[in-house]
Design a protein around this ligand. Structure first.
Ligand code: ZN
Ligand code: ZN
Ligand code: ZN
Length: 266
């Protein structure tokens, strides 16, 4: 399985509009962060996790032409406001895109994107989406991948993480309930949100994310959804072994050490 980081930035992106701080003015491309999203290639299947306002630029940058399924973590603008640009993918694929999330998230998404389901007139084109409600914690198979929706907390809001085989993606979280922890254990690679060094009400800080990740002992931990308080080079030097910051455009492979029988092998 190959994971491409489409974006690793917080809701406003980095650089922040109107900011002259060192990170926003940095020439290090790893300090330029579009809104958080990843693209997963497994066999013939291509999955998109979240579709934020930078989706169009991310898709052009990475040459994306296919989305076999979209997985939505939650309905904050930085995770869904690229959905209209899925029209281009619909045209290329000539079929609707299945969208997986909780029934509540999908219902709200349908309200936000009402015009997709109740187009006011013919012509103009709307994204063609097919809602696929998931059950929290219940693993299902989709196009050759085993997918588990993982409930977590984003302040008081529920956010959904996803496990794809042995890759876990958990963004925008500030707490992981005990009931979700077994769903993360044994993963090979964990992507976890780490907003900035300072604490925040609705996101793990860097040190909280490091502590949380330690519980699961993944082979590799990657941090995502970072603000301009995080200078790539400086913060990278301070991270413990096995932990790294993501940057836009990074690709990594995740092997599936769980056999077809579901047994985890070293
Ligand atoms: Zn976010
Ligand atoms: Zn700044
Ligand atoms: Zn959010």
């Amino acid at each position: 399985m190959r994971v491409t980081v489409l974006g690793c930035g917080t809701s406003g992106g980095v650089p922040a509009i109107g900011c002259d701080c060192d990170v926003c003015r940095s020439t290090d491309p790893r300090n330029k962060r579009t809104r958080a999203s990843v693209y997963i290639a497994k066999g013939d299947a291509r999955f998109l996790v979240d579709c934020g306002p930078d989706f169009r630029q991310q898709a052009l940058r990475e040459g994306l032409r296919r989305v076999d399924a979209l997985f939505i973590t939650h309905n904050h603008a930085d995770h869904i406001h690229g959905i209209d640009d899925l029209r281009s993918i619909n045209w290329l694929q000539r079929k609707p895109i299945p969208v997986f999330s909780t029934p509540e998230n999908l219902e709200r998404l349908g309200q936000i994107y009402d015009y997709c389901f109740n187009p006011p007139q013919r012509g103009g084109g709307v994204p063609k989406l097919e809602f696929m409600p998931v059950e929290r914690g219940k693993t299902f198979e989709f196009q050759g991948a085993s997918v588990t929706p993982i409930p977590a907390w984003h302040g008081k809001l529920e956010v959904l993480g996803f496990r794809f085989d042995d890759f876990v993606y958990l963004t925008d979280c500030s707490a992981i309930p005990d009931s979700s922890r077994p769903l993360i254990e044994g993963c090979e690679a964990l992507v976890l949100s780490a907003l900035r060094p300072k604490p925040h009400e609705t996101h793990f800080s860097l040190s909280e994310a490091v502590d949380e990740a330690r519980r699961y002992r993944p082979r590799r931990t990657y941090f995502i959804h970072m603000t301009h308080d995080v200078d790539y080079a400086a913060v990278s030097r301070s991270l413990p072994p096995g932990c790294e910051l993501l940057y836009d455009g990074l690709q990594f492979e995740v092997s599936n050490h769980r056999g077809a029988d579901g047994v985890v092998r070293a």
